[in-house]
Ligand binder design. Structure first.
Ligand code: SF4
Length: 333
């Protein structure tokens, strides 16, 4: 997989520097095929590598408890930048920067951005190094380009699945966004968070597309789920057990608010939120997911019952209006 920099040399140096003897390696989906090769590189140092085969979608999901139970002394976490302020376990992040060129995809996006003059740029950690080049291409076309930096994430212009604060911070000053990255997942996140037209320039398949229709479709689905949940009597509020997804305090507050709104509420602790896990509780009419909001937003169709985000649950009990939630951004906490 030559499209990404796995930083093998840095990893080796860091392992030797830290004197680690047993290392747990975590890869996100999509990069896992590289895990056996990286593990063998590490093994040559006389260090025992153990590959985490569990799903991993973000730096919120550090395998801290697994590393502890395996007696590892280091986690190497691939594919994401640091998210949590403090880790309770020694951790090295390898961001797996993409080595792809972006100009061609950005140029394909230009006709779609034609009617707007002020453009916001956003991307994931894999493509941050391409922002300057993209900015240059846009500037040559006479565009004014803005890149947001709230300091909440590791880099200016960066977005992650559940944090678009950098894009949101410049939304009022731009007319549209250009997102650089693969697929539509993050680009839709930008559109849902900023309510601005959003074009994705995808360097993997060298295409560009406007994602507004997809974002619009999701908004309609979310409103339908909220309406269904308003009729629900019994709720389960899910508290995530992954280190960066655990929001127990928020869960308790939501329970109280839903109960005041006349609902019967249970608390469920959960690691992996799947339709199969939730189907075991047929007496629950609706779920509120305080863990990873993207499961609610992107996977709703896989679940038999409404699975709301925390903010959507507030709409159900009248503590937040749908219009204000849309204004605030569907993914804003
Ligand atoms: S909570 Fe979900 S969207 Fe946010 S970083 Fe974790 S996996 Fe990604």
């Amino acid at each position: 997989m030559k499209q990404f920099d796995f930083e093998e040399e840095r990893i080796k140096q860091e392992i030797l520097k830290l004197g680690a003897k047993r290392v747990l390696i975590q890869f996100p989906q999509g990069l896992k095929p590289e895990a056996p090769r990286i593990a063998k590189t590490i093994e040559k140092l006389g260090v025992l590598p153990i590959i985490s085969a569990d799903p991993c979608y973000g730096a919120c999901d550090l395998a801290t408890a697994d590393a502890e139970s395996l007696g590892a002394d280091l986690i190497i976490h691939y594919g994401h930048s640091k998210l949590m302020k403090y880790e309770r376990f020694p951790t090295i992040y390898v961001e797996a920067r993409a080595t792809l060129n972006v100009p061609s995809a950005v140029e394909k996006a230009l006709p779609m951005l034609e009617k707007w003059n002020k453009i916001g740029l956003a991307t994931t950690v894999q493509h941050l190094q391409t922002l300057d080049e993209a900015r240059e291409i846009l500037t040559r076309q006479g565009k004014i380009v803005l890149i947001g930096d709230t300091g909440r994430l590791s880099y200016p212009g960066q977005v992650i699945g559940c944090d678009y604060s950098n894009a949101v911070s410049i939304a009022k000053d731009v007319e549209a966004f250009l997102f650089i990255g693969g697929g539509q997942f993050h680009a839709i996140g930008v559109a849902l968070s900023t309510s601005k037209p959003t074009v994705v320039a995808d360097p993997y398949d060298n295409t560009a597309a406007l994602v507004d229709k997809e974002a619009e479709k999701i908004l309609k689905q979310r409103w339908a789920q909220i309406r269904e949940a308003k009729e629900a009597k019994t709720f389960a509020v899910l508290v995530g057990l992954k280190p960066g997804q655990k929001r127990l305090e928020e869960t308790l507050q939501l329970k109280e608010k839903l109960e005041k709104g006349g609902k019967i509420v249970h608390l469920f602790a959960i690691n992996e939120i799947t339709p199969e896990a939730l189907m075991e509780f047929p007496s629950v009419d609706a779920f509120v997911n305080t863990a990873c909001p993207r499961i609610s937003i992107d996977d709703a169709a896989r679940f038999m019952k409404p699975i709301l985000t925390a903010n959507e649950a507030l709409v159900v009990v009248g503590k937040l209006s749908w219009e204000d939630l849309c204004k605030k951004g569907l993914l804003e906490s």
